[in-house]
Design a protein around this ligand. Sequence first.
Ligand SMILES: *[C@@H]1O[C@H](CO)[C@@H](O)[C@H](O)[C@H]1NC(C)=O
Length: 529
Amino acid sequence: MTPVEMALHPLSASKQLLNELNSTSIHSLTVFFCFLTLLLFMLNQTKTRRSKKSNLPPSPPKLPIIGNLHQLGTLPHRSFHALSSKYGPLMFLQLGQTPTLVVSSFDVAKDIYRTHDVAFSNKPQTTAVKMIMYGCMDVAFAPYSEEWRQKRKICVLELLSMKRVRSFQPIREEEVALMLDGIREACAGKSSCVNLTEMLIETSNNIMSRCVLGRKYDTSDGRISFGELGRKMMKHLATFTVGDFFPSLGWVDFLTGQIAEFKATFSALDAFFDQLVAERKRMKMEINGQSDDDKDFVDILLQIQEGGKHDFQLTQNDVKAILMDIFAGGSDTTSTLLEWVFAALLRNPDTMKKVQEEVRRVVGHKSKVDENDLSKMNYLSCVVKETLRLYPPAPLLIPRETLSDVKVKGFDIPSKTRVFVNAWAIQRDPEIWDRPEEFLPERFEKQPEVDFRGNDFQLIPFGSGRRGCIGISFAMASTEYMLANLLYWFDWKLTGSAASMQDVDMSEIWGLTVIKKVPLHLQPTLYKP
Ligand SMILES: *[C@@H]1O[C@H](CO)[C@@H](O)[C@H](O)[C@H]1NC(C)=O
């Protein structure tokens, strides 16, 4: 298990700890461990006594040492939701040695993002994140600082601006065309069934890879399999190690080999980026006058590094950390979201019919979906919004950490508290949403002003405030374009045992992004405009 998984999934952390200890089967280690546990316990007691004065938010009863770790279950967003319906929208947990705040209402989220955003602007630095992100020199996981602010600005202005996102349209068109060809082939073939999950992952990764690195690296070209490494990195980023919950037990991570595993992935990725940058610098001397629209993220970052246009000097490690960040943020999220869109549409045939009618009406007989068509597909955007509401790809967002002591709704939140905002729970809150458990894109036709970009605290799939996601436009461009094409060109049916629409399996698997447990195997039929 990787550190991000562990960060988000503390129970497995403790389970893993037990497993590892069992397998080590060193008697003396066990004795030592018991001794340490006792020490920790005593330490804990003194801490609790010291903090008696402060008015912490309500918390469920905790066990010695592990605190509330055992209450997390396999799907933490659901466990947090269940706990907070008992203990309130501002709930304090002790996850191992880590004080943790769980936020589960619109009202508290608004206070945090609007009134106390700075106090909540740090990020917890787990073992894996520190190792993979060059000591958190990236944007997503960096500590709150002036340096972070400068790098974020560079990403917002240079990499993820609307203009830049538009310049990648030819890449999206080519990659989506390849996906459509694959599906057409399946339609013509005998079994006529496609693994849509696989196609969505491949296509969104290819788009990402070409925008960032200039070409696809998925097929191993004798040097390195970037796809494989990327998947490992994502796994690591979602892992919480033992040391992340019990800082004084950080040495266990060395014993379990976890640290060595992170190091191996990091070294391979680092070497890959070094080689890429060196190659690019060499090429630049050969070819001059590349048009601005042809640039990928590596070109742009290297140009910024040379140009001195910004009053901040990017080091080589900064460049690599930013690339790492963009891969982590952009690779799984798009395909996961699209998978949920399809699953929801298959369960709601009337909605499927309505959105397909809109797409086909707007595109007409052009037999090509234009990027401009997307802005006229109002219902399609409501379908995407409703999916982001019910199935947010990252239900607990990226955790934050308090920078200082802060008072929220009369409660004292200590400095260095890990903070989870349960977007999943807020987006299903019956106090705010009418029939919250139902998939009803129409609700956004009636309330077109409610948006997911972080200004409406009832819908925050990308977070909000200073540490909100900066890649929304990039993600949406791929999502909507892929979706419109798949809906325009094909009619979709379930295959195999899923006889009726109600049988679409909606189970989740926990990770940095929550994915569908059962991949989508569907039967497409070609639509003839
Ligand atoms: C479909 O694709 C997913 C994702 O790549 C994969 O995990 C699954 O095994 C595939 N299903 C089959 C039957 O190949």
